[in-house]
Design a protein around this ligand. Structure first.
Ligand SMILES: [Zn+2]
Length: 567
């Protein structure tokens, strides 16, 4: 599709698919596939099926995007409800095709043509689905929507001004300690007021997820979670090894960073409301409004990689960016794609802080990877699995650190240090979120109070410096109530950690040789989804976080950049 032919995002209106029609089309295709015995004919059928997948996925993504853009619009809510209801059936139809391909007599020839990875992915997909779990899948989506709607429509007053869960976050970097503390008190009061509802939604989610796992003949939802995240080449044992590396190598470094931070701020110790303020000077903020930020970003992208700048320009021109926070918009940031037009779309909630830049660049990394991969032959290759997809997003955050001079003026160097530091501090938190979910799904009968205890246990292990003071709600083991992924995409969270270990390797290399780092980044982005995680890393000359001294290289580069002495 040429540039002129790409419709404006606001003009995209894909009609709700007719489930009966899809059943017929996909049913006929799987029957033809099963009977087909010549390679070219089978190849043509695979491509026809793939077109169908791209078309229905485009509709799904568009419904999700529009719903997040306005969670109060009744028509969009109804469309999202339809999606939640019919999607499991659609997954069922496509799983039949995947099973037909897995059992196909020409499978070796098809693997040679399309790559083995797709077959490995379809194998996991087929094990994570059975028609018997359709109604549970629909119920699960309904519960996730309930959580998104509840948090998206949150309203509360802080110092006479109305706030939502996105806008209140800007005070986390306020130079005045009392303001930060007050804003956190207001934010957590909303969670305290909604605590029972949130615990009830989560309990319902745990029950429905556990039931699906048992129906599929699996031991617990943990196994189903791994299948759903399409983990082809690593297991729970690998993740456990990474956890102990984090406890041994990163947690002590993070505690040292917190002590250093307390000294800079002239405090005895860091309280939760101080965590985002790394030194005493005012937080670096982008020095202009959203349009100005986009102009500066555009220049920086052009300079780093001309293809990236061109894509950003195209997305701006055709409306594929919705960046600024407003009422009714769901919190968070994400990038989706509309494969029928070959375009990515970025959603975020700019609120005037440095975080706006992190999110924009992060999502732009996803957008760039997708755009590089949009013409690959199979839908499953357009995005890699998430731990790999997050390498291109976090990787771009690091490669665009020089962009800070355009955006933050004299605050640029501090922004860069802060980014390196915050990302490092994130890793133990990410591991905590992941281990918490393992505990929750290994004990599905636990009560909400027992789940709060589980959270406190992981918090003590990975975040020993965290101190909530009088913030009673998070202090009682309920911090995770604000972590959307735990509700919406179980077991996703560790993927950020895995990807960060790769992105930080790219960063460590960029300190000595920026061209080499960009080359490795492009090597990852251009693979799309054709390789599983560890193979992808090896193909770009990066180390797997499950082996050897991967974290040591990151610890060393961080100490060097932050001038921290070895403990
Ligand atoms: Zn991401």
């Amino acid at each position: 599709m040429s540039r002129e032919q790409i419709p404006h995002f606001d003009d995209l209106h894909l009609s709700t698919p007719d489930v009966g029609q899809i059943e017929q089309t996909i049913g006929a295709l799987s029957a033809q596939l099963a009977a087909s015995d010549d390679l070219e004919g089978t190849d043509a059928l695979v491509r026809r099926w793939d077109d169908e997948v791209r078309s229905v996925e485009s509709w799904r993504y568009l419904v999700e995007a529009r719903f997040h853009q306005n969670t109060n619009d009744e028509r969009l809510k109804a469309e999202k409800k339809t999606l939640d209801e019919i999607w499991p059936q659609i997954v069922g139809f496509h799983t039949r095709v995947k099973r037909a391909l897995l059992q196909h007599r020409l499978r070796p020839e098809l693997e040679a043509r399309f790559g083995k990875t797709a077959f490995d992915l379809w194998d996991l997909d087929s094990r994570s689905y059975a028609d018997e779990i359709q109604s549970d899948l629909a119920r699960e989506s309904e519960l996730v929507s309930e959580y998104v709607q509840l948090t998206g429509s949150a309203r509360f007053v802080f110092r006479g001004e109305d706030h939502n869960l996105s806008s209140i976050v800007r005070y986390q970097t306020d130079p005045d300690r009392g303001t930060r503390r007050g804003a956190e008190t207001a934010r957590w009061q909303w969670f305290a007021d909604n605590s029972e509802t949130i615990d009830r939604i989560f309990d319902d989610l745990v029950q429905v997820r556990n039931r699906m796992a048992l129906t599929l003949g699996l031991r617990s939802f943990i196994e189903l979670g791994y299948l759903r995240m399409q983990r082809v080449d690593f297991t729970q044992r690998d993740v456990e090894r990474l956890r102990s590396q984090v406890v041994n190598q990163l947690v002590p470094l993070c505690s040292q960073i917190r002590r250093d931070q307390a000294a800079r701020l002239g405090l005895e110790a860091i309280a939760y409301w101080d965590e985002q303020v790394l030194d005493a000077a005012p937080a670096p903020r982008p020095q202009g409004p959203p349009e100005w930020i986009c102009d500066r970003a555009s220049e920086g992208f052009d300079e780093l990689l001309p293809e990236l700048g061109a894509l950003f320009g195209l997305m701006r021109e055709r409306g594929y960016l919705d960046l600024v926070a407003r009422d009714g918009k769901a919190p968070g940031g994400f990038c989706i794609s509309v494969p029928s037009v070959g375009m990515p779309f970025i959603f975020s909630n700019f609120n005037g802080t440095a975080q706006d830049i992190v999110v924009l660049v992060h999502e732009m990394g996803h957008a760039f990877q997708y755009f590089q991969s949009r013409d690959l032959p199979l839908y499953d290759y357009l995005w890699p699995t998430m731990e790999s997809a997050e390498i291109t997003s976090h990787g771009l955050e690091y490669l665009t650190l020089p962009l800070a001079t355009r955006l933050f003026g004299s605050g640029a160097e501090r922004y860069q240090r802060q980014h390196v530091t915050q990302n490092l501090l994130f890793i133990p938190y990410g591991v905590a979120v992941d281990e918490f979910q393992h505990l929750v799904y290994a004990n599905p009968a636990a009560t909400p109070a027992e789940r709060h205890q589980m959270w406190r246990e992981v918090e003590r292990r990975y975040l020993p410096s965290r101190a909530f003071g009088e913030l009673a709600h998070p202090a009682a083991g309920r911090f995770w109530h604000m972590q959307r992924h735990i509700f919406a995409v179980p077991f996703y969270y560790i993927d950020y950690v895995l990807a960060l270990t790769a992105a930080k390797q790219i960063w460590a290399r960029s300190l000595d040789d920026s061209r080499d780092a960009v080359g490795r980044y492009l090597a990852v982005a251009r693979q799309g989804g054709r390789l599983p995680f560890q193979q992808l890393l090896r193909s770009a000359g990066l180390q797997s976080p499950f082996e050897g001294d991967c974290l040591q290289m990151i610890v060393d580069a961080t100490r060097r950049t932050l001038n921290l002495d070895p403990i």
